[in-house]
Design a protein around this ligand. Structure first.
Ligand code: AMP
Ligand code: MG
Length: 484
């Protein structure tokens, strides 16, 4: 390649034993054509795409050309999918390497939709344009909502067709992550029952994500605690903005605490704790209100993998790990309460806070009111997208909120500032996401870009926001698909 992009590869994962991966290059695509490039993210990564021509860039971001220093692999992992254990692995993704930014931050550079690997089972290894753009817009929205997530650097059309229920345009997403180590990675190694391999992945993960616990008395236990805390924070954040992941299988749960795998995810409009969007989640396993208990279940699967390294005495190790996993519940409740106080602009604590919060949620649920917009109304009473805000019960509830805010011992200004930091004005509403994806699939990317530009500043008032707050066009029985 002629152009200097400033790649700075150091591929530590591919230096691990070959049981962790398969060495394999992306399968070349017919005619790569760049759809969208995330220039802000490129800057953060210190990658310079300015001097490269579009053709070369498209070839680069599909893996048709591999940069010097990259080392393409497919990672091995396993996972519980809807409760059932399966051997998986990167069946349609290739990690081309780990790039170090000028601040020495390490980023996985992964192509999603890059062709078959030995883990593809019956799949074609490919991805379609719509789902890749969907991952792009939602992951970037999540990042701007201040929620840990994998990022999206680019989407490139492949010029090839992919066959799903119908023929779709093929595309490749460049996904950036602090790593792709999953609970499922540990499950894969654990299932092989080789203690040295388990030690290898444990030490690698600690070095990469939590070096501060390396010298502690029991680093394995400390890792479990770290991951419990990270996942707890993550789920609280999802609940804050009404995000429903949709497929919280253990292979889709990172050790870093980043949201990963934007398949059937979607945001809740009308508040209903049982909301499920995924067409395959018939029993509502991954419904909005089940996300904390599923996270705990997944963490128990993670803890099981670590047992042999927590203590030589297995019974003791199980007791220690069980206590930690069970602590999730209390941690979650405390963090959730704090998060809801933030949304309501409440400082310090009051014993009635829990019932104040639950009464609001019950009111929203009973009256089928929009979750995000209700908090917008609480921040600004002029915000009256829905008539229901004239409801007497709600007005009485608002009086209780005002009284509680008076106990803050700070100015209303500070309270409002807290609310504004925690309540987005805009989220990727499903009907708007569908609308812009449809245009993009038909070759008009403008609505996608316009929406994206609003979503990357979700807490700020700007002129286009109000267009995206409306529920008009909202679909009550909206369904999402895995996009595979
Ligand atoms: P996901 O539902 O994206 O979390 O994927 C679950 C598993 O299925 C992973 O091992 C993926 O690599 C694999 N997979 C998903 N879609 C495809 C596909 N089109 N071809 C091959 N493997 C796939
Ligand atoms: Mg996955």
């Amino acid at each position: 390649m002629k152009t200097n992009i400033s790649w700075n590869f150091d591929n530590s994962y591919s230096r691990l034993s070959d049981v962790f991966r398969e060495n394999i290059n992306p399968v070349a695509v017919k005619s790569p054509d760049l759809v969208v490039l995330n220039e802000n993210l490129a800057k953060e990564l210190n990658l310079n795409f300015y001097e490269i021509d579009r053709g070369e860039l498209s070839a680069l971001l599909t893996g048709n050309i591999l940069p010097i220093g990259s080392n393409a692999i497919a990672q091995a992992y396993a996972g519980h999918q809807f409760g059932h254990f399966t051997m998986l692995g990167d069946g349609r993704a290739i990690l081309i390497g780990e790039h170090l930014s000028s601040e020495n931050k390490r980023y996985d550079i992964q192509f999603k939709g890059s062709g078959k690997t030995s883990f593809s089972r019956n799949g074609d290894g490919r991805a379609a344009l719509g789902p890749m753009l969907r991952e792009y817009i939602i992951s970037e929205a999540m990042n701007s909502l201040n929620i840990p997530t994998t990022r999206s650097l680019a989407v490139v059309k492949t010029g090839e067709e992919v066959l799903r229920e119908k023929i779709l345009q093929g595309a490749i997403l460049t996904r950036i992550a602090s790593s792709h180590i999953r609970v499922g990675t540990f499950q894969y190694i654990s299932a092989r029952q080789n203690i040295n391999e388990l030690k290898t992945i444990l030490n690698y993960t600690i070095d990469r994500h939590y070096p501060e616990i390396k010298k502690s008395k029991n680093p394995t236990l400390e890792l479990l605690i770290k991951v419990i805390d990270k996942q707890c924070d993550l789920i609280v954040n999802w609940m804050r903005v009404g995000f429903i992941h949709g497929v919280m299988n253990t292979d889709n749960m990172t050790i870093s605490g980043e949201t990963i795998d934007y398949g059937p995810c979607a945001f809740m409009d009308i508040y209903d704790p049982k909301t499920v969007f995924s067409s395959i989640d018939h029993l509502g396993r991954y419904a909005y209100c089940n996300q904390p208990s599923i996270a705990k279940w997944n963490l128990a699967r993670f803890a099981e993998c670590l047992i042999p390294l927590i203590d030589k005495d297995t019974d003791k190790a199980i007791d220690i790990a069980t206590d930690q996993v069970n602590s999730f519940q209390t941690k979650y409740e405390q963090k959730w309460l704090k998060m809801m106080r933030n949304k309501l602009g409440l400082f310090s604590t009051d014993k009635m806070d829990n019932s104040l919060i639950l009464d609001l949620l019950t009111w929203m649920h009973r009256n089928k009111v929009d979750y995000t917009n209700t908090f917008c109304h609480l921040m600004n009473s002029e915000f009256k997208k829905e008539n229901i805000y004239n409801d007497l019960d709600f007005k009485n509830w608002k009086k209780r909120l005002k009284e509680r805010q008076l106990k803050n011992n700070t100015s209303y200004h500070k309270s409002l500032k807290l609310m504004k930091k925690n309540n987005p004005l805009v989220i990727p509403r499903n009907h708007r996401v569908e609308e812009v994806l449809k245009s993009a699939e038909n070759g008009d990317l403008k609505p996608f870009i316009k929406f994206l530009n609003v979503l990357i500043e979700p807490y700020n008032e700007h002129k286009d926001v109000s267009n995206y707050q409306s529920l008009s066009g909202y679909e009550a029985n909206y369904q999402t698909f895995c996009g595979t």
